[in-house]
Design a protein around this ligand. Sequence first.
Ligand code: ATP
Ligand code: MG
Length: 397
Amino acid sequence: MQDDLETGKKVLRTLNENGHQAYFVGGFVRDFLLGGRSSDIDITTSATPDEVTRLFPGTKATGVKYGTVTVFLDQHSFEVTTFRTDGESKDARHPDEVGFTRSLEIDLERRDFTVNALAMDADGTIRDLFGGRADLENKILRAIGDPERRFREDALRILRAFRFVAKLDFTIEPSTFAGIRAHRDLLEGVSGERVLTELKYIVRSPYAAKAYAAMAASGVLDYLSPISAGVRFLAVRGPFKLSFEEFAALCFMLGDKKIPPHWRFSNREREAIRKIMDLADVTEADPFDVLLVYVNGLDLCLAANAVNRAIDPARDQEDAIRAMHAALPIHKTCELAFKGDDILASTPLRDARVIGGIIDDLIYQVITGRLQNEYTQLREHTLSLIRRMGERHDGRN
Ligand code: ATP
Ligand code: MG
């Protein structure tokens, strides 16, 4: 586990030995001091991207414009970024220009929150310019510098604040919170893609409910209308453990029932959310039955149930769904003891639509327990169906 830390130290030392300053920074240091581990390791250095590239055999220019080079070493990868100063931003999202600097202090100053601006060198010594360690101990999220200016520079920081509340169980410090309130309208300029990314972080984090409450209290939901009703609801009625798709389905059901087009869900996500909404809608008042459980499968049924249950705990049907699923004699068409090929072999039928209809009926008979999933019974049933179809047909002529 410490492997990546040790390898990271090698990266720092290589940079140091070649005359450059280099530190671990950001989430990695924060999570390290909290006793946890980050998935990604950020390194900040006085070396330029070119200098970094020359020093390591395995590198990739991942964000040249922003000074980032990914260094690959001993099966690990590190985002190595040159000390940067971010210029003014006109669109409240992207700095108009970034400049490189040889000063750690200037690089740390551009970062969003004090707990994200701690730097650690190869010996484990921490550089703490903004009181980040104290804030870490007190679980306080505090913007660096003037909060209003910082959120004006980059409105994504507003959503990042809630991300860290959700992840770390932090409380947003009052003037930082006031800055969020003051500039929450700038969220309108944040792309749907980025909103979605941050929302996913929040929903999947352990203290999501705390973030929902902070979001509701800060007024940001005025500018996140698709999830506004849902988050307000969850802030009061939560916490519920919901997947992101369940969260989205719940929000949209409590909202205007639409999936916002500009949020750039993947097709798979969009379809999953749509299915959960549809099934939750169908089963809101009516109980799940074997047919619904068979057709939709266990996972989708549980997801729809999770949404209904969050809206009203009295609607919980999880035990019944699981029992019905466990008792299903078949889970897919190919498990029928008498199926398409058998119909072709033992009857004159060739019309695919008619055969499909018969198979649907066989499935219905089997999963509702009217017939056993057994070759002879299903064959008899099929032949008698065909006889009746023939009689009806003859009767018409
Ligand atoms: P996580 O553990 O969720 O990845 P993180 O703090 O590592 O959290 P990243 O998005 O990986 O977050 O960013 C790495 C670091 O870059 C942050 O800790 C922060 O110092 C800086 N940073 C990232 N985004 C911004 C931003 N929008 N404004 C200012 N600084 C930022
Ligand atoms: Mg990170």
